[in-house]
Ligand binder design. Structure first.
Ligand code: GFB
Length: 314
């Protein structure tokens, strides 16, 4: 990407989009285009068409998405499939129609089958049943990958798909009911510490394994792939390591400094047992993650504490 290029970051207020925006700004890109969802509703085809018609966009990072943790996915399946299919279809089609040079579509590791061999390489896509708690979201993301491939094949576009593992970092959602596990546990342990509560409740058995990537590492990978990867196959981005949810809880407990107990709510779903990504493809290109999990949790906890302090003085 040329430093003068017009680069549209779709979803710049979210966890992923905000990290990509920070990275682009720190690398000196001068012509970044952003819109809030109230300025541009990406689910609206006409608004998206007019935006691309007027803005002469060269590159797109398609990070706008309806996302959430296991319970949000399970509770709002219609919104997860509708919002995601509408947003990505409108942006991908307009990017083709108005001659965007390259588009990077962000998917998720939940596109792979629930019982795929671990670690999961890109070619296990569509070889088995999906995890039911997030099937509508996964189907939307698979449609996005297939759409990029179809447009490349029929129209010769340069659209790539990136599949990150579970992400965390600044600008994450910390709402207990809708968030992912890492921000939820930061909040739960922090509040339990402050309120001197005897225990923290963790959903499920604590036995599922998850791989967690700091979103600044993902942003770094996205810029790297924009410059170094062309191809139809989705490309995985992770750390190559996972741990049990109960181990993750132990790490967060330690970082937060909480001394009480942990209990398990077995009425909440476990979700997929394991989803570790095979990193061979991106490693071969020369990219590796840099932020270790404990350091990443510390960085995110500091961010969360700053956010709470800022809100106190508003
Ligand atoms: O992060 P999470 O919501 O998403 O849950 P998934 C991961 C694991 O942590 C599950 C457990 O086994 C949860 O039961 N867990 C324990 C908790 N305590 C908590 C808690 O307080 N909050 C939450 N949220 N989980 C999502 C998908 O799946 O991952 C999305 O639904 C997307 O589609 C995303 O792919 C990356 O990893 O299970």
């Amino acid at each position: 990407m040329e430093k003068q290029a017009r680069i549209y970051v779709a979803g710049h207020r979210g966890l992923v989009g905000s990290a990509i925006l920070r990275k682009l700004q720190s690398e000196g890109y001068e012509n970044i285009v952003i819109r809030t969802s109230s300025e541009l509703d990406l689910r609206n085809q006409q608004q998206v068409d007019e935006f691309f018609y007027n803005e002469n966009i060269d590159y797109v990072f398609l990070a706008a998405a309806k996302v959430g943790g296991i319970l949000a996915n399970n509770t709002y399946p219609a919104e997860f499939i509708y919002d995601n299919i509408m947003m990505q279809s409108n942006v991908i089609h307009a990017a083709y129609k108005y001659g965007v040079k390259k588009l990077l579509f962000l998917g998720s590791s939940c596109i792979y089958p629930k019982h795929a061999p671990q670690p999961m390489s890109e070619d296990v896509l569509l070889t088995g049943e999906l995890e039911p708690t997030n099937e509508p979201y996964a189907i939307a993301k698979i449609a996005g990958i297939k759409m990029c491939q179809a447009y490349n094949r029929q129209y010769g576009t340069n659209f790539i798909s990136v599949m990150p593992t579970n992400l965390y970092g600044p600008n994450d959602n910390f709402e207990i009911e809708t968030s992912h596990v890492l921000p939820a546990l930061i909040r739960k342990f922090h509040e339990a510490k402050v309120n001197n509560e005897p225990y923290v409740t963790i959903w499920g058995t604590g036995k599922p394994r998850r791989e967690l990537l700091h979103v600044d590492d993902l942003a770094d990978a996205c810029l790297f792939l924009m410059d170094n990867y062309e191809g139809d196959e989705p490309i995985n981005v992770g750390t190559g390591e996972d741990l049990q949810i109960k181990e993750l809880a132990g790490l967060i407990k330690k970082v937060v400094g909480y001394e009480g107990d942990v209990q398990y709510d077995l009425n909440k779903p476990d979700g997929t047992p394991r989803k570790l990504l095979d990193m061979s493809c991106i490693n071969k290109l020369g990219w590796y993650s840099k932020i270790g999990l404990e350091k990443g949790i510390k960085m995110t906890y500091d961010w969360y504490l700053d956010l709470k302090n800022d809100n106190m003085f508003e």
